[in-house]
Write a protein that binds this ligand. Structure first.
Ligand SMILES: Nc1ncnc2c1ncn2[C@@H]1O[C@H](COP(=O)(O)OP(=O)(O)O)[C@@H](O)[C@H]1O
Ligand SMILES: [Mg+2]
Length: 203
């Protein structure tokens, strides 16, 4: 199983989602995380957590030798892939999760991604949008619900599970841990958000 994390924008939760989906996949079989972002955020997170995380992160050049030793591969990418890189990744993945924050720029970016795929003759069946950093609705406006509706209108599958906004993710990153293993009590709930999202992926 190859699960890729992609988004046009940076800072929407690709690396955080890669780490948590890799941990969830690791309970099913040997899992490697491939860090395709030159910033090496995922590699550094995994290196800090080498003693406790149930998977390791590798650079792309390790795929050739390591892929056969693993049942599952999670690919973390940098924001704003070139069209051809996006197509290659899409063709070589079983599922592509797009983490998104509910705001208008997200939608514009998703339209671009969807158009690129369609222009190159791909359907959008492998895409799954996951809303991250979700805040409780303020008053009558529920931005996540609006975002989900807008994404569905584009013909892209949206996960009904969303990942809540919490500082626990920053603590987890700093400590090289999973969010459930931080001292922040919200961390357990945030982990359950990823569990729900993972279940919905139906892997
Ligand atoms: N659900 C969340 N709630 C709050 N902060 C988050 C959440 N997910 C990620 N973050 C934080 O947002 C920043 C960007 O997340 P990251 O996973 O690195 O995104 P990307 O890989 O898409 O650039 C990081 O500081 C991370 O700790
Ligand atoms: Mg990243």
């Amino acid at each position: 199983m190859i699960l890729s994390l992609v988004s046009w924008k940076g800072g929407c939760g690709k690396t955080t989602s890669s780490i948590h989906f890799a941990a969830l996949l690791a309970s099913r079989g040997a899992t490697m995380l491939v860090d395709e972002d030159r910033s090496r955020n995922a590699s550094n997170w995994a290196a800090r957590g080498a003693a406790v995380l149930p998977f390791k992160a590798y650079p792309p050049r390790a795929l050739g030798s390591e892929a056969r030793r693993h049942d599952h591969i999670v690919i973390d990418t940098r924001g704003g892939l070139e069209d051809q890189d996006l197509i290659d990744l899409y063709d070589n993945s079983d599922l592509v999760v797009v983490p998104a924050v509910a705001e208008s720029m997200t939608l514009e970016a998703l339209v671009n991604t969807a158009n690129t795929l369609r222009t190159h003759g791909r359907d959008l069946s492998k895409l799954r949008v996951l809303f991250t950093m979700a805040r409780r609705p303020a008053g009558k406006t529920d931005k996540v619900a609006e975002g989900k509706a807008a994404v569905s209108e584009l013909g892209i599958h949206t996960l009904s599970a969303t990942v809540r906004a919490t500082e626990a993710f920053k603590d987890a990153c700093d400590a090289g841990r999973l969010v459930r293993d931080t001292r922040n009590p919200v961390g357990k709930l945030a982990w359950m958000d990823y569990e729900r999202a993972f279940k919905e992926l139906g892997l």
